[in-house]
Ligand binder design. Structure first.
Ligand code: PEP
Length: 248
């Protein structure tokens, strides 16, 4: 089944998140696609109480340790029963909060250890792409993030390829064509096959909208999408979900 993940980033109050989620559950009809909402961690618990049918929830971030003296952090165990998934290594975490490949390794392992499915984000910067380092960077991020993942655990891991230069809030945002996306996704699947003899779900993220989602799924061969800006508009995000359902 295709997957669409909404990354709400640091937007919306708790009440606004709840209202949006309720409206979205009314707007879209069940079936055909797994919709994952990643609200701010602050809103996660209340959304988990009202979540219905095919919706899942994701944390945008967490700390790899269990409970403890880590002021301001969300423990991986606090996600249990609340979040089905958790983003790991989103480019904004890597860029603004200096998250390293070592952090992503720990987070992926910690999430899996408590039954939360990690969505490991990988992708190169504009400069790395210019220097023809895309494959190198993506491989390093994959190898590090998955270092402690066993073949049995791979089915619970989702990979999201997000070229940083194509994220809608990037400076001088560029267009990642479905062909560009396909070549990165193919590379990721090859790496997974080399490592595990099988692949995982691989999503595309970067300025996905209702008028281009189908091309990323069909020509880009993505198993779904990670959507930032467009997931904050009810009608637009509803259209993305409906368009995804139509792709078999
Ligand atoms: C993101 O931040 O993960 C993202 C893909 O954002 P956008 O869809 O706005 O480019």
């Amino acid at each position: 089944m295709k997957m669409v993940v909404a990354n709400w980033k640091m937007h919306m109050s708790g009440a606004e998140s709840e209202r949006f989620f309720k409206d979205l559950m009314k707007e879209v009809t069940p079936g055909g696609v797994e919709v994952v909402i990643a609200p701010s961690n602050f809103a996660l618990y209340s959304l988990s109480k009202i979540k219905q049918w095919q919706f899942s929830l994701a944390a945008q971030n967490f700390y790899h340790m269990d409970y403890g003296a880590y002021t301001g952090e969300t423990a991986v165990r606090q996600l249990v029963g609340v979040a089905d998934y958790a983003l790991v290594g989103h480019s904004e975490r890597r860029q603004y909060f200096r998250e390293t490949n070592k952090d992503t390794r720990r987070k992926v392992a910690a999430a899996l250890s408590v039954g939360v499915k990690p969505i490991l984000c990988v992708g190169e910067t504009a400069m790395e792409r210019e220097n023809k380092e895309t494959d190198d960077v993506v491989r390093d991020q994959l190898l590090a993030g998955l270092a402690d993942v066993t073949p049995t655990q791979l089915k619970d891991v989702v990979i999201a390829y997000e070229p940083r230069w194509a994220i809608s809030t990037a400076k001088n945002v560029g267009v990642c064509t479905p062909e560009d996306a396909r070549s990165a996704l193919t590379f990721i699947r090859q790496q997974l096959k080399e490592l595990y003899g099988k692949t995982a779900r691989v999503l595309y993220g970067g300025s996905v909208k209702s008028d281009n989602i189908v091309s990323y799924l069909k020509k880009g061969e993505a198993d779904g999408a990670l959507v930032g800006g467009a997931s904050l508009q009810l009608k637009e995000f509803g259209d993305i979900i409906e368009a995804t359902k139509a792709v078999r």
